[in-house]
Design a protein around this ligand. Structure first.
Ligand code: PLP
Length: 419
């Protein structure tokens, strides 16, 4: 297989699209990526994802397809399924959801009827759109009710969640979030669910890799369903998956296909298998510990620079900075950081008084910088540079000097040298 020749053809035939790929490679190399949901997939993952497996239709499941010629892709999907089960210790795995949103949809459509009650984390406290936002199918099809964080401590109050569950009687409780810096207590969630006869789904889209690394508590022993993505802390291809208890396997599989999706993306499924194999290597655990150590180091440095950390810190790969003490909005911070070659996203802080297009906060995550090889001592330097930029958002001279130092820092951590 001659991958490089494909890129040569692309360059000749379609210089415009090739140009976008080249610009993206330059951007990834020259920017520090602190977007908590992003990472850099390995060349092996990229090779599988960019492969001829994209050509194959394979509606159905291994050894039970609606098309002929599926033996090779059956092999790829069977490997992905067995590795997912082994990696997470689950009874069943479905690796076909195209992304995290589809994984969540699959579970909802497996256990809920339209109008049924779903209890999940409030979007404004760190939950995800697919956790019942009115802008999303999950809020339109189901009766979504929400729990938030305690306004004073900014952490989950499990007694309060139990009260809401008793009052609302959900059929499904969802634990997991996009912007919650603390680890979750799955035993507490299980007890709350059992107390009201609800099923429990954990959405580990963000922290799946940390679970493998033993850095975050493991949801699998407690949850009826666990959904995840492969492209965040797991550092694989863009995609989703669902783990479940054996009793739900047939219904779940039927909900993914034919219930909510058509043909599976076999190239992505092969790349998920590669991702799971990478996650089984001993160094992957070290990588995950490195992510958490870097998040702690960067968070502590920024706190020492006078920024307020939501909930006072982090247990995970991400933290949320309340920018109000330095008098800058999340949007301004995102733009200023971009101007010095740092990408991080504006984010609401809990009970944020400003609209989601402005926000008072910024979300910072360390999976990508850890993949590049950065360590806590580099987080100290980086935290200083972020602080310098955010405290001088209108000083072009200062920003130019920060940008030069950021370029020097990333220059020491080459990305995709083989490309
Ligand atoms: N669930 C959570 C908690 C997420 O943070 C995300 C993505 O950010 C998703 C689900 C959806 O994943 P995707 O963007 O792959 O659809």
């Amino acid at each position: 297989m001659h991958h490089e020749s494909g890129f040569r053809r692309l360059e000749q035939f379609d210089p415009e699209v090739f140009g976008a790929l080249e610009s993206e490679l330059t951007r990834e190399r020259e920017f520090i990526d602190l977007i908590a949901s992003e990472n850099y997939a390995s060349p092996a993952v990229l090779a599988a994802q960019g492969s001829i497996l994209t050509n194959k239709y394979a509606e159905g499941y291994p050894d039970n397809r609606y098309y002929s010629g599926c033996e090779p892709v059956d092999l790829a999907e069977s490997i992905a399924i067995s590795r997912a089960k082994e990696l997470f210790g689950s009874e069943h795995a479905n690796v076909q959801p195209h992304a995290g949103a589809q994984a969540n949809m699959a579970v909802y459509m497996t256990v809920l009827e339209p109008g049924d009650t779903l209890l999940a984390m409030d979007l404004r406290c760190g939950g995800h759109l697919t956790h019942g936002s009115p802008a999303n199918f999950s809020g339109r099809l189901f009766r979504a009710v929400h729990y938030g964080v305690d306004p004073d401590t900014e952490v989950l109050d499990y007694d309060r969640i139990a009260e809401i569950a008793k009052a609302e009687k959900p059929r499904l409780i969802v634990a997991g979030a996009s912007a919650y810096p603390r680890s979750l207590d799955f035993k507490a969630f299980r007890e709350i669910a059992d107390g009201v006869g609800a099923l429990l789904m954990v959405d580990m889209a963000h922290f799946g890799g940390l679970v493998v690394g033993g850095v975050h508590p493991d949801p699998v022993p407690y949850a009826d369903f666990v959904t995840g993505t492969t492209h965040k802390t797991l550092r694989g291809p863009r995609g989703g998956f669902v783990l479940s208890r054996a009793e739900h396997c047939h219904k779940l599989d039927a909900t993914v296909f034919p219930g909510t999706q058509g043909g599976p993306l076999m190239h992505v499924i092969a790349a998920k298998a590669v991702c799971f194999k990478e996650a089984m290597q001993p160094e992957f655990k070290e990588y995950q510990k490195g992510i958490a150590a870097n998040a702690r180091a960067l968070c502590e440095k920024m706190a020492s620079e006078g920024f307020r950390m939501v909930s006072g810190g982090t247990d995970t790969h991400l933290f949320l900075v309340d920018l109000r003490p330095v008098g800058i909005s999340g949007r301004e911070a995102q733009d200023v950081l971009e101007s010095v070659n740092i990408n991080a996203n504006m984010n609401e802080i809990p009970y944020d008084p400003t609209p989601p297009t402005v926000t008072s906060g910024i979300r910072i995550g360390t999976p990508a910088v850890t993949t590049r090889g950065m360590r806590p001592e580099h987080m100290d330097t980086l935290g200083g540079l972020i602080s310098q930029a955010l405290k001088n958002p209108a000083d072009q001279k200062e920003l130019r000097s920060v940008r030069a130092l950021v370029k020097e820092l990333v220059g020491a951590f080459p990305l995709y040298p083989e490309m």
